[in-house]
Write a new protein. Sequence first.
Length: 269
Amino acid sequence: MAQQIASAPAPRVGELIKDWRSRRRKSQLDLALEAGISQRHLSFVESGRSSPSRDMVEMLCEHLELPLRERNMVLLSAGYAPAYSERKLSDPSMAAARAAVELVLKAHEPNPALAMDRWWTLVMTNAAVAPMLGLVEDASLLQGDVNVLRLSLHPGGLAKHIVNLGMWKAHVLWRLGQQIHATHDARLIALERELTTYPAPPSPKRERNEADAIALNFELRVGDDILSFITTTTIFGTPADVTLSELAVEAFFPANPQTAMIVKAMVAG
């Protein structure tokens, strides 16, 4: 008779709060002062000697700056219902939100723009993205759930067409690292491990500044032309829905007149 392997018990609310406090590099005293409670009370919550109220859990999550998905998990571990809904973008109740995203993407034409979820899965694109996807040689990268980061760095994706691949890969991994720090998401950690294995030239040594977090040049070779874009990311933050809070739009802006002219001709043709 096959032996059953017991699954690990779900973490208690106190364990989760302590874990997130450590990740945020806060002492018990720091978090207690921010939340307006005694350090002794917080210690009892973390050790399981005291059961926090729903308001207490939500307040601690707020001061720990947890994303909405993680806040729901902490609430569930404390025995409370999730505070934030999570609906698929295809759900009829999300029609207005879906139309708003489509409007943003369409308004950015003839320049490329795409929408993606928390795990960088492609959700929507505008018409200007099609020529870029036409450069992908490995058709499997475009099947099922298409991962935007894998698509850009995979040898069979756009990697061989990215002129500044080393710098772009370093930028992608930095952004992903920031997201992992905020969420500690297992799927994102696995994605990061995968992306680091893809070949790329070494990135030039330079100091990272605040502008890098806002925009970085993305140089793509298309035929005999080099298209230079500045990319920016817009987050659809909302206090009530997990899906919308995790939705992001990556927009490509021509960095020079030549790129603008070529992109416009590609979309028109």
